[in-house]
Write a protein that binds this ligand. Structure first.
Ligand code: FES
Length: 164
């Protein structure tokens, strides 16, 4: 009798254990972000298609991203330029560091002008006039060949940010 009872007890225990494992698996699946969400944090931009001296705007995590492939007549900024081979790029989040308006690129003056309160940034994204308290922010990035991957903190990004 007792062996029959213990057999039933073990059987229930085994069934409950398997059920618990399935439940845990299902719970983990619902906690994990969907693959689409995981990849949504990263944006890849092929820099080889950009023309020298031309301003381009992209989007990353719903924020405007400014990129200029610097032409030889543009100022070099070793503290901010993204360097790939012989090319230098200005890369920044296109939100004014005063109150968050989107500045416009003025090619004739090679500056970014913020229409909200007259703030200005040079071709490296450094604040040069008006109320903006600091340069435009540089988004985390990594370089893979000629691809710029936004959302990843690569070696060059860490170097610019003085993290390494
Ligand atoms: S928001 Fe750009 S100058 Fe005020």
């Amino acid at each position: 009798m007792s062996s029959r009872r213990s057999f039933i007890g073990y059987s229930f225990g085994a069934v409950a254990g398997v059920g618990a494992l399935f439940a845990l698996g299902a719970m983990k699946k619902s906690w994990d972000p969907l693959p689409s969400v995981r990849s949504a944090g990263f944006t890849s931009i092929d820099l080889s298609s950009l023309k020298s001296g031309e301003f381009s705007q992209f989007e990353w995590r719903k924020k405007p991203i400014f990129i200029i492939k610097k032409s030889p007549d543009m100022k070099i900024n070793d503290k901010r330029d993204v360097v790939i081979g012989d090319d230098r790029y200005m890369l920044a989040i296109g939100l004014c560091t005063h109150l968050g308006c989107i500045p416009s690129w003025v090619p004739s003056q090679k500056i970014f002008k913020c229409a909200c309160h007259g703030g200005e940034f040079d071709e490296s994204g450094v604040n040069t006039f008006g109320p903006p308290p600091r340069p435009l922010d540089i988004p985390p990035f990594d370089i893979k060949g000629t691809m710029l991957v936004l959302g990843e903190s690569g070696k060059q990004y860490k170097k610019l940010m003085n993290i390494i």
